[in-house]
Design a protein around this ligand. Structure first.
Ligand code: SF4
Length: 231
């Protein structure tokens, strides 16, 4: 009977720190210099693309946004459009009524409170319709290079638990756990790398563990790499 490859678990704080560093090194080898997959030209476009990416693939969002930003080149254009018309424009991204409402609300808030510019702090971004912590972390990290936290999307949520960097299921608690163990200067890159890893190898069902550079560090229960059968 095949059995999962056994990986030694860290016991001391020093071993845990070394393991986290080894995970970061492996991510660097696997995904050097990756960045956000959403096409954008500025912070506002990234905010819109991130709102549209909820429950939708980045690929689909990237198919919709070039035409969208041609039709509505400025924040003011988005603030002026009707919800019905914008919903039609973004229909293929799903949940289009809610997303249209958020994007128009965000445009109006940015015009009224922030002089037409996407703000640069978490506190301010969280006042914008459609921008919860995950969206705010994407915009601050990618558009402004501000390390406000770790982006916890569905990939990061799954992989943080598989790698035993968190035992929680709530995204807010997972982010707090990750912030504790990942050095701040790695928060932005780590988020991008883990999201890429979730798409490329550490997929939800049957992760491709044999190709994963963290195989020797990972003791996830649903690892797909098995030790050879005893003869
Ligand atoms: S070894 Fe498998 S489960 Fe662990 S991080 Fe890599 S792909 Fe994911």
């Amino acid at each position: 009977m095949a059995r999962p490859i056994s990986v030694k678990r860290p016991k001391t704080a020093a071993e845990r720190t070394r393991r986290v560093q080894a995970i970061l090194d492996a991510l660097d080898r696997m995904y050097p210099g990756v960045t956000c997959a959403l096409t954008h030209g500025n912070a506002w476009e990234l905010l819109v693309a991130t709102i549209l990416s909820a429950q939708c693939t980045d690929k689909r969002v990237n198919e919709v946004t070039p035409g969208l930003f041609r039709k509505y080149p400025t924040v003011r254009d988005f603030a002026a459009v009707s919800q019905e018309e914008l919903a039609r424009d973004i229909r293929s991204t799903g949940f289009f009524n809610n997303k249209a409402k958020s994007v128009i609300g965000a445009a109006r808030k940015i015009l009224s409170d922030f002089d037409g510019r996407v703000p640069r702090t978490m506190e301010e971004l969280l006042t914008i319709p459609g921008a919860a912590r995950k969206t705010a972390n994407v915009v601050l990290g990618t558009a402004y290079g501000v390390a406000s936290g770790v982006v916890v999307d569905t990939h990061v949520q799954r992989i943080a638990v598989r790698l035993d960097l968190s035992k929680n299921s709530d995204p807010g608690k997972i982010e707090r756990d990750l912030i504790e163990v990942i050095p701040r200067d790695r928060w932005i890159l780590f988020s991008h790398q883990v999201i890429h890893h979730g798409r490329a190898l550490c997929v939800a069902r049957k992760p491709k563990c044999a190709e994963c550079g963290m195989n020797g560090l990972c003791y996830a229960e649903d690892k797909s790499v098995m030790a050879p059968r005893a003869r």
